[in-house]
Write a protein that binds this ligand. Structure first.
Ligand SMILES: [Zn+2]
Length: 447
């Protein structure tokens, strides 16, 4: 019996893919080359005025047992559906990476250029300003492919390990008391850290936090706190690529913050928050981390998430003459949908992804502006120590409220749907529809 067990263990260790990683990482500068409208806020009145900090798209390629997976991060507010489809199909054609093995995360940075159709109803752009966004987006798509290709070209033997740290500046932004001060609401202060080392030297580190990148709101290009965190880590570990992965930060803001034109005080806050996250990562990197040896299994599927009933064409036509600004653009958009489709959509095809690294680590990747409850729910379900939940992947479709947030009402998922061009808030089944698909993928990707 004893010799049989020994033989079984030796066989398992010799199987290809039982922990023999190859990894490669790359970053590509995505600074705009001309003034372009910056994303994320509806209130800006002009295009960008220079670069305060470089912004990047970065890729981490992982190979195990002959199968290749790529995690891509960026200092962008988001991607639209067409951009996601183009990046995914070019990545599949050029590098043989299937859709379920490509994760496209963005930091939701509010100091980057507007990209594609992301939140386009939010901004009132002239045709010239729209053309500048188009030129930026075109180049950006090539830069995504360049980052992915370079990371794959740099694949070499590596060891992976995972652990989580903590950082405390994210505040649940939903519960204001008189005077605008925030009441304590749920937050996720975990800082998940995936280290990629070769011969003990750090080659890449992917790390996350669940909080809006909204410490800055000026007119200069900047990576916000996530940019400062990545910059600090790349300075502390020369030659390593630091990739920021946004978590479920839909209802969290960094506080305190100062809004408006960039001031030295605002920059100091953004860089301080960045250094706090970087320090949390460094503390994790210096300590004992859990080896990640399991073979990566990947799953991708669509959750059909329902909308509540939208307005009729007659209701839209009746309210249009009274509206201006964003509400008017949103109503005109819905009337165009009626003209094109004859009806408004009653659901959204919502992508969910799960990567399981054997029993060592589970990475759940949700789409769009996921609120904190999703992070907490899936970590509770799959294990607090080795589960990483990333929001803000694929297209920036809207906020993605939990049932709790939907019942409470407010901006995330109720009043904030118009700027995303949606007809109505999501139905109360939204959280369960997503959770059911994630749980199915978790089972399908079982080691
Ligand atoms: Zn947001």
């Amino acid at each position: 019996m004893r010799s049989f067990c020994l033989a079984a263990i030796v066989l398992a260790c010799a199987l290809p893919g039982s922990g023999e990683w190859r990894a490669g990482a790359a970053s590509v500068n995505i600074n705009p080359t001309e003034p372009v409208w910056l994303a994320g806020y509806g209130g800006r009145t002009g295009p960008s005025r220079g670069i305060l900090q470089d912004i990047f798209v970065k890729a981490l390629a992982l190979e195990n047992g002959g199968e290749r997976s790529v995690l891509v991060t960026s200092d962008l507010v988001g991607l639209d559906t067409k951009m996601v489809e183009e990046i995914a199909s070019r990545t599949q054609q050029k590098f043989g990476v299937p859709r379920e093995r490509l994760i496209l995360n963005y930091s939701h940075n509010h100091s980057c250029p507007v990209t594609g159709d992301v939140l386009r109803l939010y901004y009132e752009l002239t045709p010239e300003q729209g053309a500048a966004v188009g030129r930026y987006t075109r180049r950006l798509l090539d830069q995504y492919i360049e980052a992915i290709g370079t990371a794959i070209a740099k694949l070499e033997p590596a060891e992976l390990s995972f652990e989580q740290g903590l950082a405390g500046f994210a505040v649940n932004r939903r519960r204001a008391r008189p005077g605008g001060r925030k009441l304590a609401g749920p937050v996720d202060h975990d800082v998940p850290v995936l280290a990629v080392r070769t011969g003990g030297a750090l080659r890449a580190v992917a790390f996350g936090y669940s909080c809006h990148t909204t410490a800055l709101s000026g007119y200069e290009v900047n990576g916000d706190y996530a940019g400062y965190a990545q910059e600090a880590l790349e300075k502390a570990y020369p030659g390593a690529v630091a990739l920021f992965v946004m978590g479920c930060g839909g209802d969290a803001n960094p506080l305190p913050r100062v809004m408006g034109v960039t001031t030295p005080e605002a920059v100091e806050l953004a860089s301080m928050y960045g250094r706090i996250v970087a320090k949390a990562v460094e503390i994790v990197l210096r300590g004992p981390m859990q080896p990640v040896r399991g073979r990566l299994k990947a799953g991708y599927t669509i959750a059909e998430i329902p909308f509540q009933k939208g307005p009729t064409r007659e209701e839209l036509a009746a309210r249009l003459p009274k509206e201006k600004g964003l509400p008017r653009r949103a109503t005109e958009h819905l009337l165009r949908v009626y003209d094109r489709e004859g009806k408004l959509p009653d659901r959204y095809p919502y992508p969910v992804q799960v990567w399981r690294f054997g029993a060592d680590l589970t990475l759940v990747a949700l789409t769009g502006e996921s609120v904190v409850d999703y992070c907490l729910r899936f970590k509770d379900a799959f294990g607090w120590d080795n589960t990483w939940v990333a929001g803000y992947n694929n297209e920036l479709l809207s906020y993605v409220p939990s049932l709790r947030v939907l019942r409470e009402g407010g901006y995330e998922g109720t009043t904030g749907m118009a700027e995303y061009g949606h007809p109505a808030p999501y139905g109360y089944a939204v959280e369960e529809a997503i959770a059911q698909r994630v749980e199915e993928l978790y089972e399908e990707t079982k080691p």
